[in-house]
Structure formats: structure tokens, C-alpha cells
Ligand binder design. Structure first.
Ligand code: GLU
Length: 418
């Protein structure tokens, strides 16, 4: 879509949140501007000897509440606009979750599937050397996002530690356990999405048992979320990734599909099970299901397809999967949307726990992590819910209002210096 500008959408929602709360522009103007942005050129000697130069980005949208915090994505569509919007959403998300963090996001414009393992490592280490001057344990802490994983995080720690001459596990979160990762981090985003859904269903007095769910995206967020919801009794009737979408009216065997994807480079390509049919990817979004769980990329439901969506509830595992028009359309139609900045906050919440454990040098059990995560997600949900009830606004706006109040309070105390 030519005029799709996610940062502009973020600003409109932020302004509306401020208007609704009666917060004057002066009190939050700083949040409308990304605090610091860096574009870097990363030369990589490819395996065949030729040199390619990749472009990388890091946007530190805000440090009002603490170090900028947010993931890194490796994707052909990554650019400064995308990273800017994603960084701002992290500011909102981290504020909702009561984390002592501002927000940021980074990325490299690359299709990592076209790189060998060694090329990917050289690219990651090259990126770290370029952004090292602006990141830091108390400054800006990256993490995994689309197409990045614990292995990539470990190269980041290793390179940064070598550069600074000091073992610094807290420079990045989402690390493998062996080098200071946290138990439960890998599953945290999907688990948090499930907690948000359960909190919502509890308010409705309904159960997750036998709810039909279609899942777009089968990476970390989609696959773990689908698996946990399936284990709670939901019927996952469709799953899909870039390779195609699978439909089974009797419910996909999610345990089997999860195992398969894990042992096939997180891909569903070639997966088969009895009773399953293949459907075109755009059709997955239009299935007549109770819940549409969006766990792929932004801008998936928009003016072109929003009117054909038949789901009764939308759960945002991805960041920004709905355009603003789609958001408003669903609000008018009475179709609830559990928004990204609330629903997918589980990942960064456990990133925070990982960072705390790194700083303390003392590690928690998985039960402890999951219990704390459950409490945090419940609290955030209740605060957003209360805001929504009080002002009769749609959930995303209520979520922004919760965040904005917190951010403005800090801004005022700091003398608006951001
Ligand atoms: N990339 C994830 C997100 O969008 C996690 C960020 C983090 O853990 O810092 O929320």
C-alpha cells in the first residue's frame, strides 16, 4: 500500500490518546520525535570472496523511562521508517508493562535465508561494531525479532564483549541459556499472547476450550502461541507461514507441526497430516473462526481485505498487523482487537527478567519466570481494560492512554528533557 506509514499511524493514535486524557501537546511533544537514529553500512566479505555492503538501522525512540529496549529484525523490507514505528511501539509496550525501559528497534535490510551461517555471523558482528557506540546495558539493549534468534544474540554478546574487553551478557536479551539467557524467554511472547487471550475470555465468561483459531505466522510467536493455546483446549484449524497455509476443520495436530517446524529450520514447508488441505495464504485471514491470531508482519489486515475478515476476535502477536483503518473498522463492527502493545509484551517482559538476572548474576527457575510473567500480563491487561471501560474507547487507544500517562508523569518529573 503506497500510503502505508506506520509511524504516522502511531502519531495519530498517540495524539488521540492525549486528547482523550486531556494531556496538552506540550506535555508529550518529545514522544512524537525519535530520540536518536543511526543508519550504518556493514561491509561483509561473502563466502565466494566478493564484498557486499548491507544497510543496518537502530532507532532509539525514547529513553524517558530507561534504556531503549527492543528487537532487531533481519528482513528485506527493513528500513528507517519501519524501524522508527517499531521503536515507538516498544516505548508504548514497555511503559504498559511497567518496565524500566524506553523503546527502540533495529534491523538490517537482508534476506538471511540467502546467507550462509558464516556470512550471517560476519554480518551480525559487523553490525555490532557499527552500533557499539550507541548501545549499552544502561543505554540500549537489543533482542530477537523477525528472523533473528538466540544464536544471533550470542554473536552480539561475544562481539560487544570483545570490543569492550568485558563480559557483558546484559547488552542483549533472548540469549541461549548457556551464555546468560533466561529460562522461559523463548516461549515468552507466545505465552504472553495466550495469557492476554485468557484474561479477555475470563471477562467474557467464556473458555478457550474448543475455540477455533487461525494462526498467521509460524515463527517463534505463532508456533509457541498456537502450541500453548492448543494445550489449553483450543482448536487450531489453520496455520501458515511464508511457504503456505494449512487448514484442518478438525484441528491441526499442533504438537506434530511444532516439532516439524523446529526440526526444519522453523519452516512448515513439506509438512503433511491426515485431513489437512492447503489454502492460499490470503485466505487464512478470511476464515470463519473465533480468533484470528496474527503472528507474522505488519500491515496484514488493511483496507483491501478488512471487510472480508470473519473472525470474532483478533489477537496481535506481531507488531502492527492491522492498519489504522482496519483497527477503526473492527471497532465500529464490534470486533475486539487485543493489541500488540499489550498482547505481545510477554517477550520483552521476560527480556527484562533476563537483563535483571544478568545484572544480578543470579538465575531464576522457569516456574519463577512464568509466574512473574503471568502476574505482569494480568496487571497490564486489567489496567488497559479499566481505561477502556472508563473512557469507552477501543483497546489499542486504551493501551496507549495507559502508556502515555506513565510517560508524561516521568517527563514532567524530568523537566521535559526526555
Ligand atoms: N522483538 C520483541 C518485541 O517486539 C521483543 C523485544 C525485546 O525483548 O526487547 O516485543
Amino acid at each position: 500500500m503506497a500510503n502505508y506509514n506506520p509511524y504516522e499511524n502511531m502519531l495519530q493514535t498517540l495524539d488521540l490518546a492525549a486528547d482523550t486524557l486531556g494531556i496538552p501537546r506540550n506535555d508529550y511533544e518529545v514522544l512524537r520525535h525519535p530520540e536518536r537514529e543511526m543508519n550504518v553500512a556493514i561491509p561483509v566479505q561473502m563466502d565466494d570472496g566478493h564484498v557486499e555492503v548491507f544497510t543496518g538501522y537502530r532507532c532509539q525512540h525514547s529513553s524517558v523511562l530507561g534504556a531503549s529496549k527492543g528487537g532487531l529484525r533481519f528482513h528485506p523490507d527493513a528500513d528507517e521508517n519501519e524501524v522508527r514505528a517499531l521503536g515507538a511501539w516498544m516505548t508504548i509496550k514497555n511503559a504498559i508493562a511497567h518496565l524500566p525501559y524506553g523503546g527502540g528497534k533495529g534491523g538490517i535490510k537482508v534476506d538471511p535465508k540467502k546467507l550462509s551461517e558464516r556470512e550471517l555471523e560476519r554480518l551480525t558482528r559487523g553490525f555490532v561494531r557499527k552500533i557499539a557506540p550507541i548501545i549499552g546495558v544502561e543505554r540500549d539493549v537489543p533482542a530477537p525479532d523477525v528472523n533473528t534468534n538466540p544464536q544471533i544474540m550470542s554473536w552480539i554478546v561475544d562481539e560487544y564483549s570483545a570490543l569492550t574487553g568485558q563480559w557483558t551478557p546484559g547488552i542483549v536479551t533472548g540469549k541461549p541459556l548457556a551464555i546468560g539467557g533466561s529460562l522461559g524467554r523463548n516461549e515468552a511472547t507466545g505465552r504472553g499472547c495466550m495469557f492476554t487471550l485468557l484474561s479477555y475470555l475470563e471477562k467474557q465468561g467464556t473458555s478457550i476450550k474448543d475455540l477455533t483459531i487461525a494462526v498467521q505466522g509460524f515463527g517463534n510467536v505463532g508456533s509457541v502461541g498456537a502450541l500453548l493455546m492448543h494445550r489449553e483446549g483450543a482448536k487450531i484449524v489453520a496455520i501458515g507461514d511464508v511457504h503456505g497455509s494449512l487448514y484442518n476443520a478438525n484441528g491441526i495436530d499442533v504438537e506434530k507441526a511444532y516439532e516439524y517446524a523446529n526440526s526444519h529450520g522453523r519452516s512448515l514447508e513439506g509438512y503433511e497430516e491426515p485431513g489437512m488441505t492447503r489454502i492460499p495464504n490470503p485466505d487464512l485471514l478470511l476464515l470463519d473462526v473465533d480468533v484470528l491470531y496474527l503472528a507474522a508482519l505488519e500491515n496484514q489486515v488493511n483496507e483491501a481485505n478488512m471487510k472480508e475478515v470473519k473472525a470474532k476476535l483478533i489477537l496481535e502477536g506481531a507488531n502492527g498487523p492491522l492498519t489504522k483503518d482496519a483497527d477503526l473498522y473492527f471497532f465500529e463492527k464490534g470486533i475486539p482487537v487485543l493489541p500488540d502493545v499489550l498482547a505481545n509484551g510477554g517477550g520483552v517482559v521476560v527480556s527484562y527478567y533476563e537483563w535483571v538476572q544478568n545484572k544480578a548474576g543470579f538465575y531464576w527457575s522457569e516456574e519463577e519466570v512464568n509466574e512473574k510473567l503471568a502476574k505482569n500480563m494480568k496487571k497490564s491487561f486489567e489496567e488497559v481494560w479499566a481505561m477502556q471501560e472508563e473512557f469507552k474507547v477501543y483497546p489499542r487507544l486504551a493501551a496507549y492512554m495507559v502508556a502515555l500517562r506513565r510517560l508524561v508523569e516521568a517527563l514532567k518529573i524530568k523537566g521535559y528533557n526526555g
